[in-house]
Design a protein around this ligand. Structure first.
Ligand SMILES: Cc1cc2nc3c(=O)[nH]c(=O)nc-3n(C[C@H](O)[C@H](O)[C@H](O)COP(=O)(O)O)c2cc1C
Length: 350
């Protein structure tokens, strides 16, 4: 292994410089435990868990293992609800509600995803996870200071060189360079302009040059050759999401699994129609017809509730037409095997 990877593994107590990307909505503690057990770093995504869920999943992890693990949070500022914009959006989706027999008046408004807050910091201080990672920048400085109190390593995603510099200046220990290939939400937080987003092969060396902290490569890495190449480019570790989506321990839905193994997985796009924020997923009916990037979508995460009943109804008859089929640009590494076996395969060329 290269020096940067060896040093980060030592700091994090890992055997392998492989981080299983936190993936809200498609995994819980089981996947994290499996990857940590194999010597990588398993991650628990908390954005969709709620406080009780976070507590019970952290209990499951700490009861099941003494190995290092990562706990991940979104840290967006919740928008002020905009009734006019949300009503207009539901009107735009009206033909779909009619087609599926859904009464739009009965759809409850919901947050969709919650950011890191004081109560979460209270829960974390009981468990003292060794690694905490953030997406969409960082929480307010007082909250970051509370997390730092017990000395975890703090990670956050950068999608541009400017974001990497900002994160380093604001006290992040390790930066995740999230290339444009990556599945799921763009971690972008200094700009909303998707034309600022660049691929991993361009982003990684520029961030390594710009900051003094270790840099993790994320986006489009799907096999052992890709892992070795990222480390050769100077990454201290890799963070891999999409390839873990079919693993036995993932809770990926049936329609999502089917899409990932079909020819459709060759065509992904950044879309905001599911949550209001750009995220990469396989192009399906709603993305093609309403997106991929709809300027009138409610602000993140308020777009979530309008889609949920369409998704539930369609999935009940086996259709993925309204489901977020998050995937990176390279789904060829997805395998229906235990996550520990996949982690070992990914490490085979180190
Ligand atoms: C299904 C899915 C859900 C994701 N959810 C999160 C999340 O909750 N938090 C986060 O920091 N990143 C999330 N990501 C992004 C990953 O951290 C990472 O950037 C990405 O998976 C790397 O690219 P790859 O999917 O090509 O391996 C998600 C990615 C996927 C595919």
């Amino acid at each position: 292994m290269d020096a940067a990877a060896t040093a980060l593994c030592e700091r994090l107590g890992l055997e392998l410089p492989i981080i299983q990307a936190p993936m809200a909505g498609v995994q819980g503690s089981a996947l994290a435990l499996a990857v940590s057990g194999a010597g990588g770093l398993g991650s628990l995504p908390c954005a969709m868990l709620g406080h009780d869920g976070i507590r019970s999943e952290l209990s499951a992890i700490t009861a099941g293992s003494l190995k290092p693990y990562n706990v991940n949070f979104f840290c967006h500022t919740p928008p002020v609800p905009d009734v006019e914009r949300e009503t207009a959006w539901r009107r735009r989706l009206g033909p779909y509600y009619r087609e599926l027999g859904i009464d739009p008046e009965q759809i409850p408004a919901g947050a969709g995803r919650t950011p890191f807050d004081e109560l979460t910091a209270d829960i974390l201080s009981e468990f003292r996870p060794p690694v905490v990672s953030f997406h969409f920048g960082l929480p307010a400085p007082a909250l970051v200071a509370r997390v730092k109190a017990w000395g975890p390593m703090i990670l956050s995603s950068a999608t541009t060189v400017d974001e990497a510099r900002w994160l380093e200046a604001n006290g992040v220990d390790v930066i995740i360079a999230q290339g444009l290939e990556a599945g799921g939400h763009r971690g972008m937080f200094l700009s909303e302009d998707v034309t600022t987003q660049i691929g991993m092969f361009s982003l990684l060396p520029q961030i390594i040059e710009a900051v003094g902290v270790p840099v993790i490569a994320a986006g489009g890495i799907a096999d052992a050759t890709g892992v070795a190449a990222a480390l050769r480019l100077g990454a201290a570790a890799v963070q891999i999401g999409t390839s873990y989506l079919l693993c036995h321990e993932a809770t990926t839905s049936a329609v999502h699994r089917a899409a990932l193994t079909s020819a459709a997985a060759k065509h992904t796009a950044l879309t905001n129609v599911f949550t209001g924020r750009p995220a990469r997923g396989i192009v399906n009916r709603i993305v093609a017809e309403v997106g991929p990037l709809a300027p009138d979508a409610p602000r993140f995460p308020l777009a979530t509730s309008a889609i949920l009943p369409l998704r539930a109804k369609a999935e009940s008859v086996g259709s993925d037409a309204f489901s977020p089929l998050w995937s990176g640009q390279n789904a060829t590494g997805c395998k229906e095997i235990p996550a520990a076996a996949l982690t070992q395969e990914l490490a085979a060329k180190l």
